[in-house]
Write a protein that binds this ligand. Structure first.
Ligand SMILES: C[S@@+](CC[C@H](N)C(=O)[O-])C[C@H]1O[C@@H](n2cnc3c(N)ncnc32)[C@H](O)[C@@H]1O
Length: 364
């Protein structure tokens, strides 16, 4: 028989053991959290230190380089900063509405230009040797070609409008992509061109006239009000206004001209434009969202917030891999898995400007 005092000793020993075990677990977990905190602290301060040094060396605002290290890693950030120092090779798109590729090639080569076909764009050429200013040739003034960078040419190629489509270009001026859309439509169908900025309309009109575009309607309105027009389109291009963080190769002043708050100001406008565009798509219609920015805040984070709230839209795969996959996690935020179907172009990988594409389909 066990006596009362023995039972008491057994219970108190068990309780002491339990308390001891609990305290050990609490201390152990506390130490783990402390170690993790320190590790995060060390890695953040390391990023800040690397970013500060690189920003100083290449002449950027430090917040930019700090973000690059976060979403690209240190190695690729270094490659990006180096590639941004290299000037872009000029490129042209032959306007097949007015001249054949062969004829324009012959004419320019006779004048001393050297052209090299761009794999990705059927009528696109890199100008390897520029005999004189590409914007002053007789052929340019006749609208036989458009001076356009490769990333920009890809927008119309990806959207792939057909001759009888109703197509809307929500942010059209000065018309690089609009004139390309019209070309792919064979100057048929309906191309609705919108731009809010009155001062940019004359340049758009001049380019439309020069390139011989006759299937377009021009509207100087805020594209956020697009649904009020009650038009439903097969294809919509939203080349959203952005901070141009991909344009540093063309404009090195962008290294210091925009602060984080400028990027934060653009995102709400981009989201409103995207919602307006999606609301104006026909059933099975597609919208291409693009920017000349590598900022996730103007790209994946915009699409993520808008598409996540809508049931009837899906991020579609782009038929070819022009760039690298879009981000599905950034700055510690998990994003829609389908954003891997969006694509990013980088100067250090694709020898272009920095660019972003995301194709979104109306499933209704
Ligand atoms: C990136 S640029 C477009 C470049 C043009 N797609 C091209 O390829 O030549 C952005 C354009 O959006 C226009 N924009 C800005 N906010 C707008 C809005 N709310 N509605 C319509 N256009 C807008 C600007 O005036 C600017 O011309």
């Amino acid at each position: 028989m066990t006596s009362g005092s023995e039972i008491f000793t057994l219970i108190s020993t068990s309780i002491t053991f339990l308390i001891f075990t609990l305290i050990t677990i609490i201390i152990y977990n506390f130490l783990l959290v402390l170690i993790e905190w320190n590790r995060v602290d060390i890695s953040i301060s390391q990023i800040q230190e690397d970013a500060r040094k690189l920003a100083e060396k290449y002449g950027y605002l430090p917040y930019m380089v700090q973000r690059y290290i976060q979403f690209l890693g240190l190695d690729d950030t270094l490659k990006l900063l180096k590639a941004n120092e290299q000037p872009l090779t000029p490129s042209i798109r032959v306007n097949t509405l007015k001249i054949s590729v062969l004829e324009l090639k012959n004419r320019l080569e006779k004048k001393g230009f050297e052209l090299e076909q761009i794999d990705w764009v059927p009528n696109g050429f890199k100008v390897i040797k520029e005999a004189f200013n590409l914007g002053s040739s007789h052929e340019f003034l006749q609208g036989y070609y458009y001076l356009q960078n490769i990333a920009s040419m890809l927008s119309a190629v990806i959207l792939n409008p057909k001759p009888n489509d109703i197509v809307i270009d929500m942010c059209a001026a000065p018309g690089s992509k609009s004139t390309h859309l019209a070309q792919l439509m064979g100057n048929n169908g309906t191309l609705i061109l919108i731009d809010k900025n009155k001062n940019r309309i004359p340049a758009l009109e001049t380019n439309l006239r020069r390139m011989g575009i006759i299937n377009s309607i021009l509207l100087n309105i805020d594209a956020i009000n697009l649904p009020n027009l009650n038009v439903k389109a097969n294809k919509i291009l939203l080349d959203a206004p952005c901070t141009g963080e991909g344009l540093i190769r063309q404009d090195p002043s962008r290294k210091v001209s925009k602060k984080m708050k400028d990027i934060e100001k653009m995102a709400p406008i981009q989201k409103k434009l995207l919602k307006a565009g999606l609301n104006s798509l026909k059933s099975e219609g597609v919208l291409l969202y693009c920017t000349c920015s590598i900022a996730p805040e103007e790209n994946e984070l915009v699409v993520n917030e808008v598409v996540d709230k809508l049931d009837n839209f899906t991020i579609s795969e782009i038929s070819k891999n022009y760039g690298v996959n879009g981000l599905t996690e950034v700055f510690g935020i998990k994003l829609l898995e389908d954003l891997r179907f969006s694509q990013r172009l980088y100067p250090h990988i694709h020898d272009t400007i920095g660019f972003y594409f995301c194709l979104i389909k109306n499933l209704d």
